[in-house]
Ligand binder design. Structure first.
Ligand SMILES: Cc1ncc(COP(=O)(O)O)c(C=O)c1O
Length: 476
């Protein structure tokens, strides 16, 4: 190499080997460390906050600093006892594939830029649709997460319903357009509202439908729709895991000409598992679906998936043309996604699906649902109240009063065996547990149940109900 960076070329192999070694040791240590980083580790991040160096530092020293100061300040969400949010946990196949893909450094925007990335993107979309039981011919693209997947799908829906009303939204925008009625359930995820805001339909103007005690849209009081209209349904409530009754809701919406979108960031994966597919019954009749691979499929971050029954409205909403952008005969990912340049997300999804197979995905999902039921039973037996029907991978549990619940969560997070976060469920302060990491075992759940009950017992005397109760029905 004759340029100024020959030393990078010479040190490359050693640097990559060192990164693999450090990553291996990091992952190996996850099961035994406290899930939350210590306050000292977080304070030590000051060491990385130095003035931009004039002369670059030696790369292996930079890597060492990143690992030795940075790794202890991570949350061990890649480990087996992190139950916060719906975080997933990258499978070894996913991490390995993403390393190779980083080395490829492909821009998956156009087939001319990366034949392999664009081909695997198309294969992965096809496989995902097959796994989720979506209609043959469904199409889509990989995006940064379910928020952007919702935005992409809803933009396609917005343009489609406005086109039917004689308005070219992609070209003319929304100023002067016929108003689009948007209907959501009262338990709509914040990401859908954010997406609606981003695409000009407003975070705050949707009609909200009443939901039942599990967060499902209640049938019976469905309004008449004013065309053009979009109805947003949910597969997998972020607290309870419950899903809307798709069949009757989609029939109602379609009979009035609405576009139906399903936000299934994690829940949609239940369709890939025969024991749980009933939860998704009827969802395939929608017009678009948003989901994540980085949650229940356990790919690395960030990987969302926007899926549409008919690719044309999505392509029309996302298309970008310029004289320097050759459109290949093959499907170009940037014409189906809000971004242009993009990493080869589809190639990683391809690798994970190839390594798991249909059976592996099904076992992953069913296994997490079984672990969630085990977690819930353990908590109920120990005196906590389980507030949801545990159908998928989510558990919502509480002590008798809000303060006790808060204290339990704080004590649990500080103790470090596992990590669960707070929520408010049907007006009650509660703790959320999400099982979505391939590495979580029954032993991890049992250890975590013990830690939660110990945290609940630590505070004031009345944290646990005096007598253990069977609580709610725990399974489907
Ligand atoms: C139902 C639902 N929709 C959307 C999202 C947002 O997903 P992301 O963070 O990947 O954008 C989540 C995240 O938990 C979710 O549970």
């Amino acid at each position: 190499m004759t340029g100024g960076f020959g030393e990078f070329d010479r040190s490359r192999a050693a640097l990559l080997a060192e990164a693999a070694d450090r990553a291996g040791r990091y992952l190996q240590g996850l099961a035994d460390r406290a899930v939350a980083p210590s306050p000292e580790a977080v304070l030590a991040l000051d060491e990385l906050d130095f003035p931009l160096p004039e002369a670059g530092l030696e790369p292996s020293r930079v890597l060492a600093a990143l690992d030795e100061v940075g790794s202890p300040a991570t949350v061990a969400s890649a480990g087996p006892r992190y139950f916060g949010f719906v975080t997933g946990g990258a499978l070894p196949m996913a991490v390995a594939a993403s390393w190779l893909l980083s080395a490829w450094d492909q821009n998956a925007a156009l087939s001319v830029m990366s034949p392999v990335a664009t081909r695997l993107d198309a294969v992965a979309i096809r496989w995902v649709c097959q796994l989720l039981g979506l209609p043959a011919g469904a199409s889509g693209g990989f995006v940064s997460g379910a928020t952007m997947a919702n935005a992409a799908c809803l933009a396609a829906g917005r343009d489609a319903v406005l086109t039917r009303a004689g308005w070219d939204a992609a070209g003319a925008g929304l100023v002067g357009a016929p108003p689009v009625q948007v209907v959501v359930g009262d338990e709509v995820h914040a990401a859908v509202l954010k997406a609606l805001g981003l695409i000009g339909l407003g975070r705050g103007r949707a009609v909200r439908l009443r939901t039942d005690d599990q967060g499902r849209i209640a049938l019976g009081e469905l309004p008449e729709l004013d065309a053009p209209a979009i109805v947003c349904l949910q597969a997998g409530n972020v607290n309870s895991g419950a899903s809307d009754p798709f069949g009757p809701l989609i029939d109602w919406a379609h009979s009035q000409g609405a576009w139906v979108h399903v936000d299934g960031a994690f829940g949609l994966w239940a369709a890939a598992c025969p024991e749980l597919a009933g939860e998704m019954a009827g969802a395939a009749a929608a017009d678009s679906w948003a989901t994540d691979a980085h949650k229940w499929l356990n790919t690395t971050y960030d990987c969302g998936i926007a899926l549409v029954r008919d690719g044309e409205p999505l392509r029309a909403a996302m298309r970008a043309e310029a004289s320097y952008l050759p459109l290949g005969a093959a499907r170009d990912p940037m014409q189906f996604t809000p971004g242009s340049s993009q990493r080869a997300r589809g190639a990683e999804v391809w690798a994970v699906l190839a390594a798991l197979g249909r059976d592996g995905v099904s076992r992953l999902v069913a296994g997490h649902a079984a672990l969630a039921r085990r977690f819930a039973s353990g908590l109920a037996a120990g005196g906590l109240e389980v507030l949801n029907e545990v159908r998928l991978n989510q558990v919502v549990a509480a002590c008798d009063d809000a303060r006790a619940t808060e204290e339990m969560i704080t004590a649990l997070q500080r103790e470090g065996t596992c990590w669960c976060g707070p929520t408010t469920w049907r007006g009650r302060r509660a703790m959320r547990i999400s099982i979505s990491n391939w590495a979580t075992s029954q032993a991890d759940v049992d250890r975590s149940v013990t830690a939660v009950l110990a945290a609940a017992n630590q505070g004031s005397a009345h944290h646990l109900r005096r007598s253990a109760s069977p609580g709610r029905r725990l399974g489907p």
